[in-house]
Design a protein. Sequence first.
Length: 268
Amino acid sequence: MSGRLVPYPVYPYGDQMHLVTLPSIDSTNSEVQRRWLAHYPAPNPAAKAMAVVAEVQTAGQGRTGRNWQSPRGGLWLSIAWPMRGRPDAYEPLPLAAGLAAAQAIQACADLVPLIKWPNDLLIGEKKVAGILCQAYPDWPTPVVILGVGINANFAPELLGQPLRQPATTLQHEIHHAIDLQTLLNLLLESLEHHLLIVDRGDFAEVLLPQIRPRLAWLGQPVRCGPQNGASTVEGRFIGVDGRGQALIQTPGGVQVLCTDELRRVLPP
Protein backbone atom coordinates (compact mmCIF):
# COMPACT_ATOMS: atom_id res chain seq x y z
CA MET A 1 0.00 0.00 0.00
CA SER A 2 1.34 3.44 -0.88
CA GLY A 3 0.69 6.94 0.41
CA ARG A 4 -1.07 8.07 -2.79
CA LEU A 5 -4.68 9.20 -3.03
CA VAL A 6 -6.89 6.56 -4.60
CA PRO A 7 -10.40 7.58 -5.73
CA TYR A 8 -13.13 5.31 -4.45
CA PRO A 9 -16.60 6.01 -5.90
CA VAL A 10 -19.45 7.11 -3.65
CA TYR A 11 -22.06 7.06 -6.34
CA PRO A 12 -25.05 8.73 -4.64
CA TYR A 13 -22.94 11.83 -3.99
CA GLY A 14 -21.67 11.91 -7.54
CA ASP A 15 -18.02 12.46 -6.66
CA GLN A 16 -15.58 10.26 -4.75
CA MET A 17 -14.29 9.24 -1.35
CA HIS A 18 -10.58 9.89 -1.04
CA LEU A 19 -8.72 6.88 0.31
CA VAL A 20 -5.26 7.58 1.71
CA THR A 21 -3.00 4.56 2.26
CA LEU A 22 0.00 4.92 4.54
CA PRO A 23 2.79 2.56 5.61
CA SER A 24 2.54 3.62 9.26
CA ILE A 25 0.59 6.10 11.39
CA ASP A 26 -0.12 6.62 15.06
CA SER A 27 -3.85 5.98 14.59
CA THR A 28 -6.00 5.97 11.48
CA ASN A 29 -8.81 7.48 13.55
CA SER A 30 -6.61 10.37 14.68
CA GLU A 31 -5.24 10.89 11.17
CA VAL A 32 -8.64 11.03 9.49
CA GLN A 33 -9.82 13.48 12.16
CA ARG A 34 -6.82 15.71 11.47
CA ARG A 35 -7.44 15.59 7.74
CA TRP A 36 -11.16 16.29 8.13
CA LEU A 37 -10.62 19.37 10.30
CA ALA A 38 -7.91 20.65 7.97
CA HIS A 39 -10.08 20.13 4.88
CA TYR A 40 -13.36 21.36 6.36
CA PRO A 41 -12.54 24.14 8.88
CA ALA A 42 -15.89 25.77 8.10
CA PRO A 43 -19.37 24.36 7.45
CA ASN A 44 -19.56 22.59 4.11
CA PRO A 45 -22.83 20.86 3.16
CA ALA A 46 -21.10 19.32 0.14
CA ALA A 47 -18.41 17.55 2.21
CA LYS A 48 -17.23 14.23 0.82
CA ALA A 49 -16.21 11.16 2.75
CA MET A 50 -12.54 10.37 3.27
CA ALA A 51 -10.73 7.30 4.54
CA VAL A 52 -7.29 6.40 5.86
CA VAL A 53 -5.84 2.88 5.84
CA ALA A 54 -2.44 2.01 7.30
CA GLU A 55 -0.22 -1.04 7.21
CA VAL A 56 0.75 -0.44 10.86
CA GLN A 57 -0.68 1.65 13.69
CA THR A 58 1.68 2.62 16.48
CA ALA A 59 -1.07 3.93 18.79
CA GLY A 60 -4.26 2.26 17.61
CA GLN A 61 -7.44 3.17 19.47
CA GLY A 62 -9.97 0.77 20.90
CA ARG A 63 -13.23 1.43 22.71
CA THR A 64 -13.15 3.55 25.92
CA GLY A 65 -9.57 4.59 25.25
CA ARG A 66 -8.09 1.10 25.16
CA ASN A 67 -4.99 0.36 23.14
CA TRP A 68 -5.53 -1.60 19.91
CA GLN A 69 -2.60 -3.71 18.79
CA SER A 70 -2.09 -3.17 15.05
CA PRO A 71 0.85 -5.15 13.59
CA ARG A 72 1.67 -5.43 9.91
CA GLY A 73 -0.65 -7.82 8.12
CA GLY A 74 -3.90 -6.50 9.56
CA LEU A 75 -6.47 -4.20 7.98
CA TRP A 76 -6.58 -0.90 9.87
CA LEU A 77 -9.09 1.56 8.39
CA SER A 78 -10.92 4.72 9.46
CA ILE A 79 -13.58 6.63 7.55
CA ALA A 80 -14.77 10.20 8.10
CA TRP A 81 -18.39 10.17 6.96
CA PRO A 82 -20.37 13.43 6.77
CA MET A 83 -23.48 13.35 8.94
CA ARG A 84 -26.43 13.75 6.60
CA GLY A 85 -29.10 12.99 9.17
CA ARG A 86 -29.90 13.58 12.83
CA PRO A 87 -27.16 12.62 15.30
CA ASP A 88 -29.37 9.98 16.93
CA ALA A 89 -29.77 8.24 13.56
CA TYR A 90 -26.14 7.14 13.88
CA GLU A 91 -26.53 5.33 17.21
CA PRO A 92 -26.72 1.89 15.55
CA LEU A 93 -23.64 2.59 13.41
CA PRO A 94 -21.33 0.17 15.28
CA LEU A 95 -23.69 -2.70 14.46
CA ALA A 96 -24.09 -1.57 10.84
CA ALA A 97 -20.31 -1.44 10.49
CA GLY A 98 -19.97 -4.80 12.24
CA LEU A 99 -22.34 -6.32 9.70
CA ALA A 100 -20.31 -4.81 6.85
CA ALA A 101 -17.06 -6.20 8.26
CA ALA A 102 -18.61 -9.63 8.86
CA GLN A 103 -19.89 -9.74 5.28
CA ALA A 104 -16.50 -8.73 3.88
CA ILE A 105 -14.72 -11.39 5.94
CA GLN A 106 -17.22 -14.04 4.90
CA ALA A 107 -16.81 -13.17 1.22
CA CYS A 108 -13.01 -13.06 1.41
CA ALA A 109 -12.15 -15.82 3.88
CA ASP A 110 -15.27 -18.04 3.91
CA LEU A 111 -15.69 -17.51 7.66
CA VAL A 112 -18.88 -16.40 9.42
CA PRO A 113 -17.98 -14.06 12.30
CA LEU A 114 -20.65 -13.27 14.88
CA ILE A 115 -21.32 -9.73 16.10
CA LYS A 116 -20.67 -9.26 19.80
CA TRP A 117 -22.70 -6.23 20.87
CA PRO A 118 -21.86 -3.49 20.43
CA ASN A 119 -18.63 -3.43 18.46
CA ASP A 120 -16.66 -6.68 18.14
CA LEU A 121 -16.60 -9.62 15.74
CA LEU A 122 -15.98 -13.12 17.08
CA ILE A 123 -14.94 -16.39 15.49
CA GLY A 124 -15.87 -18.97 18.07
CA GLU A 125 -15.24 -17.11 21.30
CA LYS A 126 -12.20 -15.25 19.96
CA LYS A 127 -12.12 -11.63 18.76
CA VAL A 128 -11.12 -11.13 15.13
CA ALA A 129 -12.22 -7.53 14.54
CA GLY A 130 -13.30 -4.41 16.37
CA ILE A 131 -15.29 -1.28 15.55
CA LEU A 132 -14.88 2.22 16.98
CA CYS A 133 -17.47 4.93 16.23
CA GLN A 134 -17.16 8.56 17.32
CA ALA A 135 -19.72 11.22 16.33
CA TYR A 136 -18.84 14.91 16.19
CA PRO A 137 -22.13 16.72 15.51
CA ASP A 138 -20.74 20.05 16.81
CA TRP A 139 -17.75 20.25 14.47
CA PRO A 140 -17.98 22.92 11.73
CA THR A 141 -18.89 20.14 9.30
CA PRO A 142 -20.52 17.37 11.38
CA VAL A 143 -18.94 13.98 10.90
CA VAL A 144 -18.90 10.41 12.14
CA ILE A 145 -15.46 8.81 12.46
CA LEU A 146 -15.69 5.07 11.98
CA GLY A 147 -12.69 2.83 12.66
CA VAL A 148 -12.48 -0.83 11.68
CA GLY A 149 -9.62 -3.12 12.66
CA ILE A 150 -9.44 -6.68 11.31
CA ASN A 151 -6.83 -9.20 12.46
CA ALA A 152 -5.85 -10.71 9.13
CA ASN A 153 -2.44 -11.98 8.03
CA PHE A 154 -0.40 -12.50 11.17
CA ALA A 155 -0.14 -14.91 14.09
CA PRO A 156 -2.32 -14.17 17.14
CA GLU A 157 0.84 -14.16 19.28
CA LEU A 158 1.82 -10.81 17.72
CA LEU A 159 -1.10 -9.16 19.55
CA GLY A 160 0.85 -9.48 22.79
CA GLN A 161 -0.31 -10.31 26.29
CA PRO A 162 -2.35 -9.94 28.32
CA LEU A 163 -5.50 -9.49 26.27
CA ARG A 164 -8.88 -8.67 27.80
CA GLN A 165 -10.43 -11.23 25.48
CA PRO A 166 -8.89 -14.14 23.55
CA ALA A 167 -8.13 -13.14 19.96
CA THR A 168 -7.59 -14.83 16.64
CA THR A 169 -6.71 -13.86 13.08
CA LEU A 170 -8.08 -14.80 9.68
CA GLN A 171 -4.79 -16.43 8.71
CA HIS A 172 -4.82 -18.54 11.87
CA GLU A 173 -8.38 -19.70 11.19
CA ILE A 174 -8.03 -20.63 7.51
CA HIS A 175 -4.31 -21.55 7.57
CA HIS A 176 -3.25 -19.22 4.78
CA ALA A 177 -3.00 -15.50 4.09
CA ILE A 178 -5.81 -13.58 2.41
CA ASP A 179 -5.56 -10.77 -0.12
CA LEU A 180 -5.75 -7.57 1.93
CA GLN A 181 -6.65 -5.44 -1.08
CA THR A 182 -9.63 -7.68 -1.82
CA LEU A 183 -10.71 -7.50 1.83
CA LEU A 184 -10.39 -3.70 1.78
CA ASN A 185 -12.43 -3.39 -1.41
CA LEU A 186 -15.18 -5.64 -0.04
CA LEU A 187 -15.22 -3.75 3.26
CA LEU A 188 -15.46 -0.33 1.59
CA GLU A 189 -18.28 -1.54 -0.65
CA SER A 190 -20.29 -2.92 2.27
CA LEU A 191 -19.58 0.07 4.51
CA GLU A 192 -20.67 2.54 1.85
CA HIS A 193 -23.91 0.64 1.32
CA HIS A 194 -24.70 0.37 5.04
CA LEU A 195 -23.73 3.98 5.85
CA LEU A 196 -26.12 5.25 3.18
CA ILE A 197 -28.89 3.13 4.70
CA VAL A 198 -28.16 4.63 8.13
CA ASP A 199 -28.15 8.11 6.54
CA ARG A 200 -31.69 7.47 5.31
CA GLY A 201 -32.86 6.32 8.74
CA ASP A 202 -33.60 2.81 7.47
CA PHE A 203 -31.38 0.81 9.84
CA ALA A 204 -34.27 -0.94 11.60
CA GLU A 205 -36.06 -1.93 8.41
CA VAL A 206 -33.12 -2.94 6.22
CA LEU A 207 -30.08 -3.87 8.33
CA LEU A 208 -31.49 -5.10 11.64
CA PRO A 209 -33.04 -8.25 10.12
CA GLN A 210 -29.60 -9.14 8.70
CA ILE A 211 -27.84 -8.47 12.00
CA ARG A 212 -30.07 -10.52 14.28
CA PRO A 213 -29.00 -14.00 13.03
CA ARG A 214 -25.36 -12.92 13.37
CA LEU A 215 -25.56 -11.82 17.01
CA ALA A 216 -23.22 -13.65 19.38
CA TRP A 217 -24.75 -15.17 22.52
CA LEU A 218 -28.34 -14.61 21.40
CA GLY A 219 -30.64 -16.33 23.89
CA GLN A 220 -27.79 -16.98 26.32
CA PRO A 221 -27.08 -15.62 29.83
CA VAL A 222 -25.04 -12.42 29.76
CA ARG A 223 -23.86 -9.70 32.09
CA CYS A 224 -23.46 -6.02 31.28
CA GLY A 225 -21.82 -3.36 33.45
CA PRO A 226 -18.82 -3.16 35.80
CA GLN A 227 -17.23 -6.44 36.80
CA ASN A 228 -18.22 -5.80 40.43
CA GLY A 229 -20.85 -3.14 40.81
CA ALA A 230 -24.45 -2.50 41.77
CA SER A 231 -25.25 -1.27 38.25
CA THR A 232 -24.50 -4.64 36.65
CA VAL A 233 -27.39 -6.07 34.63
CA GLU A 234 -27.62 -9.84 34.24
CA GLY A 235 -30.12 -11.81 32.20
CA ARG A 236 -30.73 -13.42 28.84
CA PHE A 237 -29.67 -11.59 25.69
CA ILE A 238 -32.74 -11.43 23.46
CA GLY A 239 -31.53 -9.09 20.70
CA VAL A 240 -31.16 -5.43 19.78
CA ASP A 241 -33.74 -2.78 18.97
CA GLY A 242 -34.03 -0.31 16.09
CA ARG A 243 -31.58 2.07 17.74
CA GLY A 244 -28.94 -0.62 18.18
CA GLN A 245 -29.53 -0.99 21.93
CA ALA A 246 -29.14 -4.36 23.63
CA LEU A 247 -32.24 -6.04 25.05
CA ILE A 248 -31.69 -8.11 28.19
CA GLN A 249 -34.49 -10.23 29.64
CA THR A 250 -34.24 -10.08 33.45
CA PRO A 251 -36.59 -11.37 36.16
CA GLY A 252 -37.90 -7.80 36.47
CA GLY A 253 -38.53 -7.31 32.76
CA VAL A 254 -36.60 -6.31 29.66
CA GLN A 255 -33.68 -3.96 30.25
CA VAL A 256 -32.59 -1.73 27.37
CA LEU A 257 -28.88 -0.94 27.32
CA CYS A 258 -27.18 1.60 25.10
CA THR A 259 -23.65 1.60 26.56
CA ASP A 260 -21.03 -0.73 28.03
CA GLU A 261 -20.51 -4.22 26.62
CA LEU A 262 -21.80 -7.74 27.08
CA ARG A 263 -19.96 -10.54 28.81
CA ARG A 264 -21.11 -14.12 28.55
CA VAL A 265 -22.10 -15.81 31.81
CA LEU A 266 -20.67 -19.31 31.76
CA PRO A 267 -22.27 -22.16 33.72
CA PRO A 268 -20.54 -23.01 37.01
